[in-house]
Design a protein around this ligand. Structure first.
Ligand code: PFF
Length: 470
C-alpha cells in the first residue's frame, strides 16, 4: 500500500493553491532575482530595463508559465512522459527538457554553497575579511572549502526532496518563502535610509540611489542597444520563472483539479517579479551610497564581492544586515535547488518505477560527486572555455551556458510550435478553464504561443549560438 502510494502521482501532491504557489514561487525566486536582476538593471538603463522586463513578464513569462503548468496538470506526468502524452512524436522534446535540470543540478548547489560560506563569515564576525578584493576568489579556488560548502548545500536540498511533496517541498516552502519576503523587505527599507559621505566629500543617500535605479536612462540608446536590453530581459525571465526546463511541469502535475490555475500563475509572477524589484531596491541604493555609480558596474561580482564591501562600510550594523542578507539568499536558493532535484527525481521515479527515497539517495550521490567536480572547476579542474557570447568561463559557466542560454530558448521555441500549431492552444486553455474558471488572457495566450514566442525564441537561440551577434 505504502509502496503503491509512492508510485503514483495522483495520490500525493500539493494540498491546495497556497502550497502550490509557495513551492512554485520558491522555485522561481532564487539567485536569479537577488543577483542577476539587479546587475542587469544597473547595466541596462535602470527604469528602462525594469519597464521592458515587466512588459515581457506579463506577456512572454505568462505564456511560458501557463504552458508548463497546464501541461503538468493535464497530463499528470513529468516532462519526459508529458511530451509523449501530448504527441507521441514529440517525446524527444521531453527528453531534451529533462536535460536542463539535469545540467543545472551540477552547479546550483555550488552557488548555494558559496552563500553558506558567507553566512558562516558573518556569523563569525569576519565581515571585514570578506570585504577584501581577493576573498571570493581565494574561497572558490580553495578546493576543500568550496567542495565542502557545495556538499552541505546538496545535503540540505536532498533532505527536503527526500521527505516528499507535502512533507518536504510544500512544508518548507510555506515557511521559508514568507520569511524570505519579510527579510528582503526589511533590508530594502533599511537600504533606503542609508546616508554616507564618500571619499570625494559628496553625501549620497539611499533615496538618491533609488532614483538611479528607477529612472529610465535613454543615454546612448540605439536600436542595437535596445535589442540587447530586450534579449537580456528575455533570458532573465526564463531563468527567473524556472520555465522551459520541466520544473513547472513537474510541479503542475502535483496540483489538484479544483485549484484555479489562472490566479495561481498571476500570484507566482507577482511574487517572482516583486522579489526581483525588491532585490534591486535593496542592492542598488546600498552600492550607490557607498561606492557611487561606478560601484554598480561590478556586474556578476555584485553579490559576492561588492555587497560584502557595502556591509563592511556599515560597521556594526553590517554584520547583522550581511547575515540577514545571506540567510535570506540561502532560503531563496534552497527552494530553487529543491525544485531542480525534485524534477530529476520525479522523472526518474516515473521512468524506472522506483520509490522516492531510494531514488533521492542515488541521485544525491551522483550530484554530490558532480557538484564537487564543478566546485573544483576553480582549482584542480580549472579550464578556460571560450563561450559563443565572447566570454571565457569555467565548468560552472559552461553548464550554465548550455542549459540556460542555449537549451531554454530552443525548448520554448519547439514547445510553442507543438502547442500553437500541432495540438492547438485550446489544449492548454481548456485546462485553465477547467471547472468553469475564466481565463481572461486566453486570446493573448493564443497569439503569443502561435506567432510571437516561436519567432522571438528563434532569434534568442541564434544569438546564444553566436550565429547572430548584436
Ligand atoms: N528561478 C531561479 C532563480 O531565479 O534564481 C533559478 C532557477 C531555479 C533556475 C531552478 C533553474 C532552475 F532549475
Amino acid at each position: 500500500m505504502q509502496a503503491e502510494k509512492q508510485h503514483t502521482h495522483k495520490k500525493h501532491g500539493f494540498t491546495g493553491q497556497i502550497g502550490f504557489v509557495m513551492a512554485a514561487a520558491g522555485s522561481a525566486v532564487g539567485v536569479g532575482n537577488l543577483w542577476r536582476f539587479p546587475y542587469l538593471a544597473a547595466k541596462d538603463g535602470g527604469g528602462l530595463f525594469i519597464l521592458v522586463y515587466l512588459i515581457l513578464t506579463f506577456t512572454f513569462g505568462f505564456t511560458l508559465l501557463t504552458s508548463d503548468i497546464a501541461i503538468g496538470r493535464k497530463t499528470g506526468k513529468n516532462s519526459i512522459k508529458a511530451y509523449g502524452a501530448m504527441h507521441p512524436r514529440w517525446k524527444f522534446l521531453g527528453i531534451v527538457t529533462f536535460l536542463v535540470p539535469a545540467l543545472i543540478m551540477t552547479y546550483y548547489a555550488v552557488i548555494g554553497g558559496w552563500i553558506l560560506r558567507y553566512i558562516a563569515v558573518y556569523l563569525a564576525g569576519q565581515g571585514q575579511a570578506a570585504a577584501a578584493d581577493s576573498f571570493f576568489t581565494d574561497f572558490i579556488t580553495s578546493p576543500g572549502q568550496s567542495s565542502l560548502c557545495a556538499v552541505l548545500f546538496m545535503v540540505l536540498t536532498a533532505w527536503i526532496v527526500f521527505n516528499g511533496v507535502e512533507k518536504g517541498i510544500e512544508k518548507y516552502s510555506k515557511v521559508l518563502m514568507p520569511v524570505m519576503l519579510v527579510m528582503i523587505t526589511a533590508i530594502a527599507v533599511f537600504a533606503l535610509t542609508l546616508r554616507h559621505i564618500g571619499d570625494d566629500g559628496v553625501t549620497r543617500t539611499g533615496l538618491q540611489g533609488l532614483m538611479v535605479y528607477l529612472t529610465p536612462s535613454f543615454e546612448g540608446l540605439t536600436l542595437k542597444r535596445f535589442l540587447q536590453i530586450l534579449l537580456d530581459a528575455m533570458s532573465q525571465i526564463f531563468f527567473s520563472l524556472s520555465v522551459s526546463m520541466g520544473i513547472m511541469i513537474t510541479y503542475g502535475s502535483y496540483i489538484k483539479k479544483d485549484v484555479d490555475l489562472n490566479s495561481s500563475i498571476h500570484q507566482i509572477e507577482f511574487f517572482d517579479t516583486g522579489v526581483a524589484l525588491l532585490a534591486g531596491i535593496m542592492i542598488i541604493p546600498s552600492i550607490f551610497v557607498f561606492e557611487g555609480v561606478e560601484g554598480m558596474k561590478a556586474g556578476p561580482g555584485l553579490m559576492f564581492v561588492s555587497l560584502p564591501k557595502v556591509f563592511a562600510s556599515m560597521h556594526v550594523m553590517g554584520r547583522l544586515v550581511g547575515l540577514a542578507f545571506f540567510i535570506m539568499a540561502a532560503f531563496a536558493a534552497l527552494t530553487s535547488c529543491v525544485s531542480v532535484l525534485e524534477t530529476i527525481t520525479a522523472n526518474c521515479m516515473e521512468i524506472f518505477h522506483t520509490r522516492r527515497k531510494p531514488t533521492t539517495i542515488v541521485l544525491t550521490l551522483i550530484y554530490t560527486a558532480a557538484s564537487v567536480i564543478v566546485a573544483l572547476g576553480y582549482s584542480f579542474f580549472y579550464v578556460e572555455i571560450p563561450l559563443p557570447n565572447g566570454s571565457v568561463g569555467q565548468i560552472l559557466d559552461l553548464m550554465d551556458y548550455i542549459s540556460n542560454s542555449f537549451m531554454m530558448p530552443f525548448i520554448s521555441m519547439l514547445s510553442a510550435i507543438l502547442i500553437g500549431w500541432v495540438i492547438g492552444p485550446s489544449w492548454i486553455t481548456e485546462e485553465i478553464e477547467q471547472g468553469g474558471r475564466t481565463f481572461g488572457m486566453k486570446y493573448l495566450y493564443a497569439v503569443m504561443i502561435r506567432y510571437i514566442v516561436p519567432v522571438i525564441m528563434f532569434i534568442l537561440f541564434l544569438q546564444s549560438t553566436g550565429i547572430l551577434n548584436f
